[in-house]
Each structure stands twice: as structure tokens, then as C-alpha cells.
Ligand binder design. Structure first.
Ligand code: HEC
Length: 145
């Protein structure tokens, strides 16, 4: 019984350590930010398609995640961090444009937050505007590895 508790404590401590290491790696951080953005877009798409009922709290939380994460995103590209990631080397040659594309997504999410979509159709309309930003930036700056 006691051994089991110690083992459990070790496992919990171990998870904490790996989370700290991951947070120090800019590739892991920015991929995590994008993953959450992808999850939020998925939640909005579920509502827009009528697969999930409209829920103002979920819409708000999803838009907030997109806005917050994309604003932190361009800071996770220190020089030389393109290795082992899908980040195109073009990012570092065009950092201003890359930042502008991130800011555009942040601004579009903020507009939707200020006038929170009130129903399924509204979520669909917001998704159309916000969603354009993903492909715009990915085409220019994301490479498949
Ligand atoms: C400013 C540019 C930019 C915008 C805007 C952008 N992305 Fe990305 N995204 C990237 C880059 C660059 C990567 C690759 C990051 C890496 O591998 O280091 C990426 C990676 C991803 C990934 C893969 C993350 C992983 O697990 O490795 C997902 C999912 C994603 N983006 C979703 C989205 C969605 C959805 C949107 C729109 C709401 C969006 N992105 C908007 C630049 C952008």
C-alpha cells in the first residue's frame, strides 16, 4: 500500500518534470499552441455544422483560445528553431509578414469575441472569416515533414 503511494507520487512528479522540459522547447510550445487552436476550430465547426448544440460558453472559450494562443505564437520562433518542426525557413526571412498574419487571425478572433456569434449560423459566418487565416499562413510558412 505504502509502496503504491510512493510509486504514484513518483509518476506524478515525473509527469511534472517532462511538462517543464516540453515547455522550454519552442517547437513543442508552438505546436501545442496550434494544436489548441485546431481543437477550438473543431469545436466551432461542430456547432456550425449542427453536430453539437449551440453553446455560448464553448463559442467564447474557443474564440478566446484562438486569440490568446495566436498572439503568443510568433514569439516561439527563436533563430535556428526550424529543425524537427513544420516551420518553414521562410518564417525567419519574412518575420514581419509572419507576425502580421498571426496578428490578423488574432484580430479576427477578437472581432468575433466582441460580437459573440449568437446562433449556429453566426458561428458558421465567424468560422468562415477566421478560417481563411489558417490556410493563408500555412501555405506560406508551414511545410510538411
Ligand atoms: C501566422 C501563421 C499561422 C496561422 C495564422 C495559423 N497557423 Fe497553424 N501553424 C503554423 C505553423 C508555422 C505551423 C508549424 C509549427 C511547427 O511545426 O513548428 C502550424 C501548425 C499547425 C498545426 C499542427 C500542430 C502540431 O501538432 O504540430 C495545426 C493543427 C494548426 N497549425 C492549426 C491551425 C488552425 C486551425 C489555424 C486557423 C485558425 C492556424 N493553424 C493558423 C502557422 C500558422
Amino acid at each position: 500500500m505504502k509502496l503504491k503511494m510512493i510509486l504514484t507520487a513518483l509518476v506524478i512528479a515525473g509527469c511534472g518534470v517532462s511538462a517543464v522540459i516540453a515547455a522550454d522547447d519552442p517547437v513543442k510550445v508552438r505546436e501545442g499552441l496550434m494544436k489548441q487552436i485546431g481543437g477550438s476550430m473543431g469545436a466551432l465547426a461542430g456547432i456550425a455544422k449542427g453536430e453539437k448544440p449551440y453553446d455560448a460558453e464553448i463559442v467564447k472559450a474557443s474564440l478566446t483560445t484562438i486569440s490568446t494562443n495566436v498572439k503568443a505564437f510568433p514569439d516561439q520562433f527563436p533563430a535556428g528553431s526550424e529543425a524537427n518542426s513544420e516551420a518553414s525557413p521562410k518564417i525567419w526571412d519574412n518575420m514581419d509578414d509572419f507576425k502580421a498574419k498571426a496578428a490578423k487571425l488574432g484580430a479576427d478572433a477578437d472581432v468575433a469575441l466582441a460580437q459573440l456569434p449568437a446562433d449556429q449560423a453566426g458561428v458558421g459566418a465567424a468560422l468562415g472569416i477566421i478560417g481563411k487565416n489558417c490556410g493563408d499562413c500555412h501555405q506560406a510558412y508551414r511545410v510538411k515533414k
